[in-house]
Ligand binder design. Structure first.
Ligand code: G6P
Length: 453
């Protein structure tokens, strides 16, 4: 048994993701997200990353000690695959938000997107087939590459193929009507292992396989992803001082009043409009003489060429302006928007200055912001208001959990969070921290690799 386990771990591991984790000129590794999650794992087991990089080198190359393999495809084809099929069809449908699916006015365009998705998946499969050693484990990340398992099985039957889906898997009822559903689910079903964020996603996927591809037999299991807590703790211990909190608050103009915070990519899955409306209802029903709270909202641009994203940003701006017009005064701005992305140290300072962290997506695979907030609160303080529709809700039971579509629940949750006693806040935060610090991304990765080997 011992030697079998060792042999399993000695397999080469290829981490396959949509993009390579490098800067545009391929001179440094980028940080954050999947990269900081997988880099230490990758380092320990000497794995290779495979991903798209425009004009990437023809041969495998090394950046900061990480071995990389670039997949080549034209920018036009990549756009139809990534902005087209992956992000205007799969993304909304998998999040149960089919109303945001783009139906191109020209039918041939939809077929083009699906074709590009097939072709780019094929380019990945062929590249992997060229570089993978005998019996290697191919660890496919996310919804961009769901056709790879079957393509690899026919090109290289010696490989083990495991997929981790970072986003939700939809109720099969929302899927079976799609013309591409059977192809997608059956090709995905050729993997040996498929990991999902939540038990619910695993159930949905199991049911979809049963309906659309009864002959396939992957193991389907939830592996909730997490964060690398060590750098967050280090940074939070440095930033956690009353003077830092005061200066962050002064910079934002939020002194002497409570602060709520949202940190999101500008994506319709994130429930930003619903949050603003609930906040507006909170201000409208404010009683007593306590100062009104401010909602600070970090808005990170994302997928900006896609019409649904442009429209959403415009609606967020309109909703914000309306609340600020209705409730603002010369000395009070109810909603402060910060456009752009924050570095980890800046984010941690914001987290530490916050009274109520609002993570209220309509649906989200996991939502790592919720876990980052908890990890940074080394002072055992602050309240997490969390959507029942974020994967994190399955683990973070001591958060205030609300239905993100119910304005009543959202508003009431904000009110309860602002009124919470210090004692209750500490009890909840300690329990949240115990969970997050005990379940890091390292545990996640090694559990997954063990199950896949
Ligand atoms: C989600 C997906 C990731 C994706 C990220 C950012 O978290 O699960 O695969 O990388 O969003 O989106 P982007 O399209 O900018 O890569």
């Amino acid at each position: 048994h011992q030697s079998r386990r060792k042999a399993a771990i000695l397999r080469e591991v290829l981490i396959v993701a949509n993009r390579l984790p490098v800067s545009v000129d391929a001179s440094t590794l980028t940080s954050g997200g999947l990269v900081s999650a997988l880099a230490p794992v990758s380092d320990a087991i000497g794995s290779t990353w495979v991903g798209w990089l425009e004009n990437g080198p023809a041969e495998p190359f090394v950046v900061d000690g990480q071995r990389l393999v670039a997949v080549h495809t034209s920018r036009e084809q990549y756009a139809r695959y990534y902005e087209g099929f992956a992000n205007q069809v799969l993304w909304p449908v998998f999040h149960g938000l089919g109303e945001y699916e783009t139906h191109p006015p020209v039918q041939s365009e939809a077929a083009n997107w699906l074709n590009a998705y097939r072709k780019v998946n094929r380019a990945f499969a062929e590249r992997i087939a060229e570089v993978a050693s005998n019996g290697a484990l191919v660890w496919v990340q996310d919804y961009h590459l769901l056709l790879l398992p079957e393509m690899l099985r026919s090109l290289r039957p010696d490989l083990r193929v495991a997929v981790f889906l970072h986003i939700p898997f939809p109720d099969p009822a929302a899927l079976v009507t799609k013309p591409w559903a059977r192809e997608l689910v059956s090709e995905l079903g050729a993997a040996q292992l498929i990991g999902t964020q939540r038990e619910r996603d695993a159930r949905h996927l199991g049911a979809a396989l049963h309906l659309l591809s009864p002959q396939s037999s992957p193991v389907v299991r939830a592996f909730p992803i997490s964060i690398d807590t060590a750098p967050i703790l280090q940074e939070a211990n440095r930033a956690s001082s009353p003077s830092t909190v005061t200066s962050v608050r002064e910079r934002l103009g939020v002194t002497d009043r409570p602060m709520l915070l949202g940190v999101d990519r500008i994506d319709y899955t994130k429930g930003i409009i619903e949050r603003i409306e609930a906040f507006s209802a909170l201000l409208g029903s404010w009683e007593g003489s306590e100062p009104l709270p401010t909602l600070v909202q970090v808005l990170t641009p994302t997928r900006e060429t896609i019409p649904a994203y442009q429209g959403y940003l415009a609606r967020v701006n309109v909703a914000t302006t309306e609340v600020n017009r209705q409730f603002g005064t010369a000395s009070y701005t109810p909603i402060v928007n910060i456009n752009g992305s924050y570095s980890l140290p800046e984010l941690i300072e914001l987290f530490l200055a916050t009274d109520v962290m609002c993570v209220t997506p309509l649906r989200d695979g996991m939502n790592l912001v919720a876990k980052e907030f908890v990890a940074s609160r080394v002072d055992d303080s602050g309240v997490l208001l969390l959507s029942s529709e974020a994967g994190a809700a399955d683990e973070l039971h001591s958060a205030l959990i609300v239905d993100p579509r119910s304005q009543l629940e959202l508003t009431d949750g904000m009110r309860r969070a602002l009124k919470m006693s210090d004692e209750e806040m500490r009890i909840r935060m300690r329990s949240l921290r115990k969970h997050v610090l005990g379940h890091t991304v390292h545990n996640w990765a090694s559990n997954f690799i063990k199950a896949a080997s």
